[in-house]
Ligand binder design. Sequence first.
Ligand SMILES: [Zn+2]
Length: 197
Amino acid sequence: MIDEGYIKFELEWRQGKLPDADAVAELNEWRKPLYDAGLIGQYHDIGVGFGNISVRSNNGQFVISGTQTGHLDTLAAEHYTTVTAYDTAANKVCCEGPVKASSESMTHATLYELSNEINAVVHVHSARLWRKFLGKLPTTDSTVSYGTPEMAEAFRRLYLDTVFATNGIAVMAGHDDGIIAIGRNMREAAQRILGPS
Ligand SMILES: [Zn+2]
């Protein structure tokens, strides 16, 4: 079963201005090779998009791709939105922009919470890489699904207890095909996935 694409937390969306142009440019530069490699895209049989990316902006905010944009080969500013606030314990995300934030914005939020050094998050889907790296790279427990407070706790433990803090790439065992990379910037996060693929 593909557990993907629907929002599991309380999402407060305020329709608002386009996100920061510099953030959008940095995101789009690296979304392209990820999309071309099939790491962001769509499950055609069920019509559900996958893969989402974000960069930290200011004041603890971050800019993330909108929900169900995975099938688009190129994104414009109106496909991104700014996460203005989040509370992982209360399972709530607030965003402001032209579209609703990705259904995995809670997972992104939990990663930014781990360290001020983390300024970019890349979440992709790849059956091949998932099978290859499951249990070999830092891996969240198979009972933990995306977009939940349990996933926040799982990443916190990986960050403290494994090489995730230094190698910046992890496998989500409870989220089929799901891989996460973090980085000091978008280039570093994206290359952590594109490198070994
Ligand atoms: Zn996913």
